[in-house]
Design a binder for this molecule. Sequence first.
Ligand SMILES: Cc1cc2nc3c(=O)[nH]c(=O)nc-3n(C[C@H](O)[C@H](O)[C@H](O)COP(=O)(O)O)c2cc1C
Length: 248
Amino acid sequence: MGRVGRRVAAAAFCIWDAFVIEGRAVNPNAAKSVPLSNDHLLAQLHWRYATKKFDAQKKIPAATWRTLEEALVLSPSSFGLQPWKFFVVENADFRKQLQAASWGQTQIVDASHLVVFAVKQDLGASDVDRLFDAMVKQRGADRAQLEGYRQMMLGFVANVPFGITTQEWSARQVYIAMGQFLASAAMLGVDTCPIEGLDPAAYDRILSLPQKGYRTLCASAAGYRASDDRHANLAKVRYSHGEIIEHI
Ligand SMILES: Cc1cc2nc3c(=O)[nH]c(=O)nc-3n(C[C@H](O)[C@H](O)[C@H](O)COP(=O)(O)O)c2cc1C
């Protein structure tokens, strides 16, 4: 991290607390936690697998899909900048074209739903201002009091301090949203297949994403497993707890 980057990061973390407590509006859902049991969480995570063969006849009920879209909207992102858009591809002809651009993977056309995870191109000052305006409106935050934070965000976005480009930093956020989507679907008993085996440039072309200011990163099919998908019962291949988790 360079000198400017270090200064921006230091400013960011100093101002964080002041920022978090700003605003008069409260979240009406904040007190509604209904935790799953440990067993229930793990049961669903073991049940989830990257579904290779979907039942093309089984559709996700509208209310369940609406919930999954809400899970996408609620995904966390750095500073809350939400440098993404999630394209739900309903058009059957687009789905066929996308399948050809995804090594022919059948999940693209057979699954009930397909989401394309896209990253915002050229994240910059207008995106910071968009968030800033939303904070003022939705949280009842004081514009003048938040000006220092806005300036810090502008500096951060112009010069991301982690030795990576702003575009790469934005892309990381999108993958977090995909993780949230996969886990949320599993909790609801909806099967998914995350898909990076695709040609992003072809996806962009088919869906006209650059014209909308976005670029494809990955996708996820969602629906219900076919009864003869032999992958459903394969043992999970994971390194041991001790190899992956180290307490220090
Ligand atoms: C970012 C990402 C991209 C993936 N791309 C594909 C893909 O294109 N096609 C596919 O069948 N599975 C894909 N997978 C699924 C992985 O192969 C799978 O998650 C991994 O082998 C672990 O198996 P499990 O998810 O069934 O437990 C992808 C997974 C991730 C996280």
